[in-house]
Design a protein around this ligand. Structure first.
Ligand SMILES: [Zn+2]
Length: 259
């Protein structure tokens, strides 16, 4: 069986500034051949925000990456579903950014990567105000996860059951168990499989057995990680049925993004 694949978690780039691949000088990669790289792997659509590693001095630096996401959306057409960044240190600017992005038809906020943008608390009143605005625009929020964010993420979800939140990176055993507990508690919480995790045998089987097959999304974290690795971890997993693979690869994302 062949599968159509949507990569829900990527960070496309226009140039060197936002290409965060560690081995990029060995990869023959540019914004011009990103599409071909994915197409050769069977990925027909990618989603996600533009990120940069440089220190953010003001909201202007955030907006610059968001502008780049819009330019890439223009360049790539239907291939790319852009995501954008907000910053709880700049609530007003973030709210107008949400409205600006919404006017461009953008439906995805994130992946937000707080440590790269100079903030850390998902449970703050400031981030809450931003989530309320995102809810008004029916936007999906993709969030970087790591151990130190876990408690705040749980607290945030308690007061925002109306926002679809996709946590990124299953992580190692304790982190993965936290994701599963969260998915059991919050129907609006999804998990994308990018980053650490899928290399642990049985992780996807356990996720499906414990929380069902509808809230797990395929993601790679390209260009940080190699999409081929993640495709293999689903496609070649003998513990998954074809219909489960189909849901992870594209059907769940299609439903979520309404495409
Ligand atoms: Zn990422």
């Amino acid at each position: 069986m062949t599968f159509e694949i949507i990569d829900f978690h990527t960070h496309p780039f226009l140039d060197e500034r936002t290409n965060i691949a560690a081995h990029k000088s060995f990869c023959n990669m540019s914004c011009d051949n990103t599409k071909e790289i994915f197409k050769s792997l069977g990925v027909f659509k990618i989603c996600g925000s533009v990120i940069s590693l440089s220190k953010k001095e003001s909201f202007e630096d955030i907006r610059k990456n968001n502008d780049e996401a819009l330019s890439l959306a223009e360049l790539y057409g239907a291939f790319y579903i852009p995501g954008f960044h907000v910053h709880p240190g700049c609530v007003e600017e973030s709210i107008s950014e949400i409205r600006r992005m919404s006017s461009h038809g953008v439906k995805l906020c994130g992946e937000l990567v707080p440590y790269l943008d100079g903030w850390e608390d998902y449970s703050s009143e400031e981030f809450s105000a931003i989530l309320r605005e995102l809810a008004k625009h029916n936007m999906i929020v993709s969030l970087h996860s790591m151990e130190s964010y876990d408690d705040a993420m749980d607290e945030m979800l308690l007061s925002h059951r109306d926002v679809i939140v996709v946590g990124a990176h299953p992580g190692e055993y304790p982190d993965f168990i936290r994701h599963i507990e969260r998915m059991k508690k919050f129907e609006n919480y999804y998990l994308d499989i990018s980053g650490l995790g899928p290399h642990r045998y049985g992780m996807l089987r356990r996720a499906i057995d414990e929380v069902g097959e509808d809230r797990i999304l395929f993601g790679s974290d390209f260009p940080t990680c190699s999409p081929a690795t993640f495709i293999g971890s689903v496609l070649l997993d003998p513990l998954l049925s074809d219909s489960e693979k189909e849901k992870i690869f594209s059907l769940n994302a299609r439903k979520l993004l309404n495409i």
